[in-house]
Design a binder for this molecule. Structure first.
Ligand code: C2E
Ligand code: CA
Ligand code: CA
Ligand code: CA
Length: 280
């Protein structure tokens, strides 16, 4: 028994070593990613369920590393956050997204919004307000065209700094959305304090739709949509993968939807073709 205990400890050790090595590789690779031009934004369309029109896109970060190949955001974003690299990367994302809004204007699409994901660190440590203000000015954009997506973890940040920052961004006219709604631990009372205009219903709820026997999920989804509307908020459903889910959401007054059923995230240079070829 003692022997096997020792063995499994060794196994655990080498597993931990692999995890640490991968982290280190990501960390050192990420330091080069910006200068080596290895980052890109892909854009996932968001449609209005009432008329099927595209209302905008969510910008999703992609990293194609020279050494590591394509690394998924769920692997490198946490590393970028814990090392502080999310600050310069986040600034790059905002600049890139605003540049893209400008290009859309030049292509004749004047009212498509772009949503960008923001980490808590960018609010607490980074100078997100100045950054957004300067970038909007540089590209001469109306602020509502840029939407910032934040998660409920923002509320765990106790000092209240981020709440003040969010208020200031909202006052500037930038749109704010609460991402992954329903997965966090925050109390519903916080919802009234946040200067948001949009709730993004997490994919885990959408996944379980619209099975008739799944009364719990249906109750939660319908409850969230009703509550959001009573609070004057707009609801975007994420991760819509089937026509049944889309139709269910439409029939339950959800406002917008995004997901593979509509389109996967698209590389920037293919968005124009997607918009032109889109069938209604
Ligand atoms: P998120 O903000 O919740 O983004 C939605 C994720 O769901 C994206 O994964 C998207 O590609 C994926 N998705 C969309 N529709 C479907 C669907 O129908 N089915 C399935 N299975 N997945 C779908 P992605 O691109 O891997 O991004 C993962 C997370 O990484 C994002 O989750 C976001 O939290 C973070 N992230 C991505 N880009 C950025 C960024 O620029 N800055 C920051 N701070 N975080 C980012
Ligand atoms: Ca998001
Ligand atoms: Ca989300
Ligand atoms: Ca998510």
């Amino acid at each position: 028994a003692k022997e096997s205990g020792k063995n499994s400890f060794c196994l655990f050790d080498s597993f931990m070593e692999a995890v640490v090595m991968e982290r280190l590789a990501i960390e050192s690779g990420l330091r080069q990613a910006l200068v080596n031009n290895e980052l890109a934004l892909h854009y996932q369309p968001i449609i209005n369920l009432a008329d099927n029109q595209v209302t905008g896109f969510e910008a999703l970060l992609r990293w194609n590393s020279k050494d590591l190949g394509s690394v998924p955001p769920l692997k490198f974003i946490p590393v970028a956050e814990s090392t502080g690299m999310i600050i310069p990367i986040g600034e790059w994302v905002i600049r890139q997204a605003c540049g893209f809004i400008k290009k859309l204007h030049e292509a004749g699409y004047a009212d498509l919004k772009i949503a960008v994901n923001i980490s808590v660190n960018q609010l607490v440590v980074g100078n997100v307000i100045e950054n957004v203000k300067e970038t909007l000015q540089e590209f001469q954009l109306e602020p509502w065209l840029l939407e910032l997506e934040i998660t409920e973890s923002i509320l765990m940040e106790s000092s209240g700094t981020s709440l003040k920052q969010l208020d200031e961004l909202a006052t500037m006219g930038v749109s704010l959305a609460l991402d992954d709604f329903g997965t966090g631990y925050s109390s519903l009372t916080y919802l009234r304090q946040l200067p948001i205009c949009t709730l993004k219903l997490d994919k885990t709820f959408v996944d379980n739709l619209p099975q008739v026997n799944n009364t719990a999920t249906r109750a939660i989804v319908e409850g969230i949509i009703t509550m959001a509307h009573k609070l004057g908020l707009i609801v975007v459903a994420e991760g819509v993968e089937t026509g049944e889910q889309l139709s269910y959401l439409y029939h339950h007054s959800c406002d917008f939807a995004q997901g593979y059923y509509i389109s996967r995230p698209i590389p920037e240079n293919e968005v124009n073709v997607w918009l032109i070829n889109r069938k209604f």
